[in-house]
Structures are given as C-alpha cells and as structure tokens.
Design a protein around this ligand. Structure first.
Ligand code: ZN
Length: 195
C-alpha cells in the first residue's frame, strides 16, 4: 500500500519476486516465500530517513557560553550505497565549536542517522551532516569525519576486505584554521580510556 511518502510495500514485494525469478530462483519455494515481504519491511525501516529533515533534530538548543570544541565521536551508522544498493557502514565523528548555542549530543547522532537512512553516497552523507549543523547552530566551525566499509567493494568488484573509506567535511574554523582541524583530528584519533 502506498503511504504518503511514496513508499509502496506491495510494489517492492512484486519487484523482489521478479528479481528472484530473474536470477533463476523460485520465489515460491519454502525459504524464499516470505522474503519479498521481509525485504519490503526492511526497506521501509532502512530508508525511513528519506522523507525526514534531520535538521529538525537540532531545533532544541541551549544557550551556553561555551566556546571550545565539542565532539561526539565513534557514532555508528548504517547506510545504503545508492550505486549498488549494498550496505556501507562504519563510524562518524562530529565536532563543532558553539557560538552561544549547544545541542544535546544524542541529537548529533540522530542527524547522522537521519541522513544515513536513505540511498546515499558517503561523500554526500558527510557534507549533509556538516551543512545541517552549520545551518541550524551557526557555530564557529564544524568538522565531520566518516570512516566507512562499503560492502559493494569488499564483497564484489575489486574485493578489498579491510579497506576503509575516509571522508571529511570541514566548515568555518575547522576549514580556515589548521590548529583547530588538527585538534579535532587528534581528539577523534586518540585512544579512549572508557573501553
Ligand atoms: Zn557502491
């Protein structure tokens, strides 16, 4: 059934039956019978960010006279490569220097998740997160670094398991000041003592 966001589970089920038949499988055999239905439900969940504006998570801010860097690192994310429809996943590190406004740390993680849960490429995911924080919080600077493992690369094609794609987006002071950028990079690379 078509919902208001254009998500059509029935069409996905039919299409996935076609894919199964097209690779020479029998979509009605025991193990595959419910698969199109499972795929439809799974797509609804993993693409639910498509119709959201993750900026909304940043709407609630707190006035705080803190002008040093705030970092949330090692944020796990799962996304879907839009070129191959294969998962890519890893960790995002987000830092900003507040300009009178701070947000709850969990909101930064929600922004990452909102942009990840849609057909994506890692480069765009990185810049969308940075741009959203820059637009809504108008901080003195934003830095986003993402480390991603792409199953479309580790499982097929040139098959390079273990290779990690790194992307970064730097805005404001993170871009203009080398010392700010290296403070951020040092902090996200340093060993955590919390386990
Ligand atoms: Zn890919």
């Amino acid at each position: 059934m078509d919902n208001q966001n254009g998500f059509d589970a029935e069409a996905i089920k039919q299409a996935f039956r076609t894919i199964l038949r097209s690779i020479g499988e029998d979509p009605d055999r025991e193990g595959l019978k419910e698969t199109p239905c499972r795929v439809a439900r799974m797509y609804e969940e993993i693409f639910q960010g498509k119709d959201q504006d993750p900026r909304d998570h940043l709407a609630t801010t707190f006035d705080e006279d803190h002008h040093e860097m705030v970092i949330l690192r090692d944020i796990p994310f799962y996304s879907m490569c839009e070129h191959h429809f294969m998962p890519f996943f890893g960790k995002a590190h987000v830092g900003y220097i507040p300009n009178g406004k701070i947000v709850g740390l969990s909101k930064l993680a929600r922004v990452v998740e909102g942009f990840a849960r849609r057909p994506q490429v890692q480069e765009r995911l990185t810049s969308q997160i940075a741009d959203a924080i820059e637009e809504v919080l108008t901080p003195k600077g934003v830095g986003v670094v993402i480390e991603g493992i792409h199953t479309c690369m580790t499982m097929r094609g040139i098959k390079k398991p273990g290779s990690v794609m790194m992307t970064s987006a730097m805005r404001g002071a993170f871009r203009s000041r080398a010392s700010t950028r290296s403070e951020f990079m040092d902090l996200i690379r340093s060993e955590s003592h919390l386990g």
